[in-house]
Design a protein around this ligand. Structure first.
Ligand code: HEC
Ligand code: HEC
Length: 298
């Protein structure tokens, strides 16, 4: 806040409090002091229900003054007037830090106990799974879904099909450093539409979705030349490069002709963001074990 606005807000607050005090003092003095002299204000309801112009009752006035005293006390103790921080030194950032610290004090021993456990034991521990589940809900469901089954472009983490591998090291690396998968656009290299069509059919035949006819088989040498570096000559994939297995019935982007064509023509770039700094080592390990337990349960 600039100095001008700080003073503007401060002045506005003080003037308004003074106005409230004046208003109530003034209105307390209005109206007759005894009932007989009371005027009618002139409003009429239901034929004969009329409103007297009596002063507000005492208890109401005290309550009103009470709220003003409360407001003044608040403005002294807490930040409320411009940039004055209040005598208690409270701030929302301070409160946030305190709450975060309290949560860390409470959970840190639990995280520490799990982090010391052997990975395989951790993956089978029901309490650790429960904790992993809630961490997953906080950090991962936006992309992988609340049931961890993913969506197009976001892998299903409950199946036994892994892009990058299912060892402790592979899963931990994925979560800590993230992954950046690049499938290049290869339409030009395939020589245009006919070449792409043949390749689409050939790729879909690898997992038995279609029978490869002669035209599709002409794509096989192209596949070995252009695709095998990442997908292996037989299409079974390479977990070191994140080159997907094209021979199974698990598809990251979909198995339809359109989806496969779009992958080949436009390329794909699946990004799993790095979570190491956000989570720290202990939470990363608990989450990795949880992810591992999901597919083990299948
Ligand atoms: C912004 C979206 C996003 C978020 C958030 C996200 N992921 Fe991912 N994740 C992805 C994408 C996309 C991939 C696939 C990357 C690729 O194509 O290789 C992936 C891949 C993975 C893989 C590799 C799967 C395999 O088959 O090898 C694991 C494990 C994983 N994520 C776990 C997590 C965990 C645990 C969290 C939460 C801490 C998380 N992800 C949060 C988008 C996300
Ligand atoms: C440089 C390595 C590389 C080359 C070369 C490559 N790919 Fe890929 N391909 C990938 C990666 C990595 C992915 C996963 C992309 C992602 O996760 O976003 C992928 C994904 C795919 C998919 C999507 C599979 C699914 O489950 O949705 C298809 C289909 C595919 N590639 C076909 C091909 C074909 C056909 C060729 C050759 C013409 C080829 N790729 C060449 C790396 C490569």
């Amino acid at each position: 806040m600039t100095a001008f606005w700080a003073w503007f807000v401060a002045a506005g607050t003080v003037i308004f409090v003074i106005y409230c005090i004046w208003l109530i003092t003034w209105s307390a003095k209005q109206g007759p002091t005894n009932k007989e002299d009371a005027d009618l204000v002139g409003h009429k309801w239901d034929g004969d229900l009329e409103e007297l112009n009596n002063p507000a009752p005492k208890w109401w006035l005290y309550l009103y003054f009470g709220t003003i005293v409360w407001a003044l006390g608040y403005l002294v103790f807490y930040p409320g007037i411009g940039i004055f921080e209040g005598t208690l030194g409270w701030s929302k950032y301070g409160q946030y830090e305190e709450e975060m610290q309290a949560a860390a004090d409470r959970y840190e021993p639990i995280y520490a106990r799990f982090a010391e456990m052997d990975f395989d034991v951790l993956a089978q521990d029901p309490d650790a799974q429960q904790l992993g589940k809630s961490l997953f809900a906080s950090y991962c469901t936006t992309c992988h879904g609340s049931d961890a089954r993913g969506a197009a472009g976001y892998p299903n983490l409950t199946d036994n099909d892994w892009i990058w591998g299912d060892t402790e090291a592979a899963i931990t690396t994925t979560i800590r450093q993230g992954r950046n998968s690049i499938m290049p656009s290869l339409a030009a290299a395939l020589g245009g539409d006919a070449g792409v069509d043949n390749m689409v059919n050939y790729v879909r035949s690898l997992s038995g979705l279609v029978e490869a006819d002669n035209a599709a088989m002409t794509a096989q040498p192209m596949f070995v030349a252009l695709c095998s570096a990442c997908h292996m000559p037989d299409g079974t994939g390479n977990q070191v490069l994140g080159g997907l297995n094209l021979t199974d019935d698990t598809w990251l982007y979909g198995s339809s002709e359109d989806a496969v064509r779009s992958t080949i023509v436009n390329g794909r770039n699946g990004v799993m963001p790095a979570h190491g700094d956000l989570l720290g080592d202990k939470k990363t390990k608990i989450l990795a074990a949880y992810i591992s337990s999901l597919s083990a349960a299948q």
